[in-house]
Design a protein around this ligand. Structure first.
Ligand code: SAM
Length: 312
């Protein structure tokens, strides 16, 4: 193994970020040594992470049929909706092993409408990751213009697979994009689901209390969260707003705990972990997005250490 140290411009002095290219590594287990980004397929890498090693998982997988990330092995381009859901259920089953028994799993997943079998979506010059050459067919049993209902189908499939479905949280987007529709309300929310592995689990409700409307006294956090979407300049896909991820991490982990995001993208979970004194493990398939995440995180870390397994 060759270790390459990079010292990004403007780096602070707080810590070290390790990026492991785990695509070609053979050792059975990846040892967690502080915050790291693991480049490779979520399923394969999860299989190599230690059992019961992370306190909490927060993630937003690729949505079904929405974006082509332009890389082999990506999730989201499955021909049918059940195939997509089954693939994610399998990934999250492996993730359950990696999660501590008292850990929680926070899942943000988007919905969409049947395409009416239009088949093609025009490439979008401004947003290459959005350009889809093929849109999936209308799923069996659904009609053109039907709402797919992906989040709830996913939630029930995970429940069926053994997860405890503890809460649906409505992420309300005050700054939602306008839509050119006149026969239904403009969509301005997404779902976030809270799952656990057992009836009792770590959940620090005090860490995420909110002010009550009347006297402003602290009260237990409600299940509708109003959070503006925030564009990430470098990423060509939807990133988490940090304010959406923060309550999940504060309630789901203590200081120094490991937080996992198996679909790390531009690394928002890492950014919040870094701000809040948690360690993170981010898995991401696309090397370009690993670089984006590393650049974003480099401003928060003293030194970026790249373990280049290809050069071993
Ligand atoms: C919706 S984005 C995640 C964005 C992230 N929450 C953020 O704030 O930046 C989904 C990510 O999953 C990645 N991805 C797709 N298939 C994957 C796979 N098989 N294994 C790991 N990552 C994958 C995509 O490259 C993309 O970056």
């Amino acid at each position: 193994m060759r270790t390459v140290d990079r010292y990004p411009e403007g780096a602070g002095a707080e810590g070290v970020l390790a990026i492991h290219d785990a695509r070609t590594v053979t050792p059975p287990e990846i040892v967690l040594q502080g915050s790291m980004i693991l480049l490779g397929d979520a399923q394969r890498i999860l299989e190599r992470l230690p059992t019961a090693s992370v306190r909490c998982a927060v993630t937003s997988p690729p949505y079904w049929g929405l974006r082509d990330y332009g890389i082999a092995g990506q999730i989201g381009l499955e021909a049918t909706l059940p195939q997509y859901i089954n693939r994610l259920v399998t990934v999250f089953r492996e993730m359950r092993r990696v999660l501590r028994p008292d850990g929680t799993f926070w899942l943000n997943i988007g919905d969409g409408y049947t395409s009416g079998n239009r088949g093609w979506r025009a490439p979008d010059k401004k947003n290459p990751a959005r350009a889809m050459s093929v849109r999936p067919d209308t799923p069996e049993g659904l009609k053109p213009k039907d709402l797919l209902g992906v989040p709830w189908r996913m939630a029930f499939a995970l429940q069926q697979d053994g997860w405890f479905l503890r809460s649906d949280i409505v992420w309300e987007k005050p700054n939602a994009m306008p839509e050119s529709v006149k026969d239904r309300p403009t969509r301005s929310h997404e779902y976030l689901f809270l799952f656990s592995q057992r009836e009792d689990y770590y959940y620090d409700h005090l860490a995420i209390q909110e002010k009550s409307d009347g006297d402003g006294r602290p009260r237990n956090r409600r299940s509708v969260w109003g959070v503006n979407t925030e564009p990430c300049r470098e990423a060509h896909f939807a990133t988490f707003p940090p304010a959406l991820v923060e309550p999940c991490i504060l309630a789901g982990s203590a200081k120094d705990d490991y937080v996992l995001d198996p679909f790390f993208g531009a690394g928002t979970v890492g950014v919040v972990c870094q701000r809040r004194g948690r360690q993170f493990v981010g898995i991401e398939l696309h090397p370009d997005y690993v670089n984006i995440a590393a650049r974003r995180l480099a401003n928060l870390f003293a030194k970026v250490t790249t373990h280049d397994y290809h050069a071993a």
